[in-house]
Design a protein around this ligand. Structure first.
Ligand SMILES: [Zn+2]
Length: 53
């Protein structure tokens, strides 16, 4: 699973596709988790979680 901000959501989707060869799922992070979770690729707060389904 990859946590990412709006800016890096495309990148995270690509990484999942490359790693798992499956179409990824994209979900918005719950409001309360958003506060403590940062993007994998920068210091912004994560908005989405990308996972392989
Ligand atoms: Zn980011």
């Amino acid at each position: 699973m990859i946590y990412c901000c709006e800016e890096h959501v495309e990148l995270a989707l690509d990484v999942i596709v490359d790693d798992y060869m499956t179409s990824p799922t994209l979900e918005k992070i719950d409001e309360e988790k958003k506060i403590s979770t940062t993007c994998e690729y920068c210091r912004n707060l994560a908005v989405y979680v990308v996972a392989n389904s």
